[in-house]
Design a protein. Structure first.
Length: 354
């Protein structure tokens, strides 16, 4: 690990010199690539600095244990050493996940669709729980989010909801969330205390970058407007502000009714449409490279069961990497780091083998 870090720090020096070249700014695409690489390598430098400091502190404390004779001081040193070793394990895990080479799509906006599956009302409630989990995780890692569209459930939660996450490493940290999420718990309506199993599906798409903008001809679109309605059929407003757009060549349909303005709903629907068309195009390209796809940790297919959330046992299991944690309460508060870092590392190792 240290050899790889050393090489990357040498590269960081080269990048910092390159950023001083006035000609670089003239090439916007190249400048963006270089600044992104600089940001990535700077994160590694900072993570390595913290890791080094903790390693040195552990060495110093271990030396004190040998030289010190005062029982009270020895107890303090042991306590500090235990904490330092816990911190070092966390720092090492973060550094290892950073060492996974960046993907060109890492910083793209993520369009996340969550839909209730088997389990009816309980599945819809769990969609709402997962929306909160992802929003809290986004807050933890500095991502912004907005809702593109949503259909609330009468019992709470959502039948379906579409969110957009934006910011540094949005796709890098959320790309493995696509698939079927299974929940096992006792519903509030269950009188005999029986555990029910429900499921929701999550799809993760990316919004195309500016240079990859999807061209859509106006003639290829069928745009309908209608009156927005909320849960239970209650009207949100009295104007035809909701928008449904159909892309005729691909028969892709998107809707949006979150805003009171028809113009804003149309803009959001177009963003979603472009993301879906871009994803279809990407999947077609991946089919041509089937051997590469088989070497990934999870395909993002909604039918793939990726994670189980067991409330009675406070347990979460990610089936792709066989990681089980007994901190479901913390995970639902947005603590997804161990899963994300584990998936990044496992995916990279698989790619290196393949």
């Amino acid at each position: 690990m240290k050899q790889r870090v050393s090489k990357l720090l040498v590269r960081l020096d080269e990048i910092e010199k390159l950023l001083g070249d006035p000609e670089l700014v003239q090439d916007k695409k190249r400048y963006r690539e270089v600044t992104q690489e600089h940001s990535y390598l700077s994160d590694i430098r900072e993570a390595h600095r913290i890791f080094d400091e903790e390693e040195r502190a552990i060495t110093e404390n271990e030396r004190l244990l040998k030289d010190e004779s005062d029982p009270e001081v020895l107890e303090m040193v042991r306590e500090e050493l235990t904490q330092l070793k816990e911190n070092l394990a966390i720092s090492q895990s973060k550094l290892e996940s950073l060492l996974v080479p960046p993907d060109p799509r890492d910083n793209l906006n993520v369009v996340m669709e969550l839909r209730a599956g088997t389990g009816g009302d309980e599945a819809a409630i769990f969609v709402g729980d997962c929306v909160r989990m992802y929003r809290l995780y986004a807050d933890n890692i500095g991502l912004k989010y907005e809702m593109l569209s949503g259909t609330p459930s009468d019992a709470g939660g959502f039948k379906e909801i579409i969110l957009v996450f934006s910011g540094k490493n949005a796709f890098r940290f959320l790309k493995y969330e696509g698939g079927t999420h299974r929940v096992q718990r006792v519903p509030d309506t269950e009188t005999q205390g029986r555990v029910h199993t429900s499921a929701i599906t999550v799809a993760v798409l990316t919004e195309p970058a500016d240079e990859d903008e999807i061209e859509i001809k106006p003639d290829d679109l069928k745009i309908d407007t209608y009156r927005a309605s909320g849960a239970g059929g209650q009207h949100v407003n009295t104007t035809d502000s909701a928008v449904r757009i159909t892309h005729l060549p691909t028969n892709t349909v998107v809707t949006c009714q979150e805003e009171r303005s028809q113009h804003k709903n149309r803009d959001k629907a177009m963003r979603l449409l472009k993301a879906k068309i871009a994803e279809t195009k990407r999947l077609e390209e991946e089919k041509k490279r089937a051997e590469e796809r088989s070497g990934q940790v999870g395909t993002g297919d909604r039918s793939e069961k990726i994670r189980t959330y067991n409330y009675p046992q406070n347990r979460v299991t990610d089936h792709r990497i066989g990681l089980t944690l007994y901190n479901l309460d913390q995970v639902m508060q947005g603590d997804l780091d161990k899963f994300v870092q584990g998936l990044l590392k496992a995916d990279y190792e698989l790619r290196m083998k393949g």
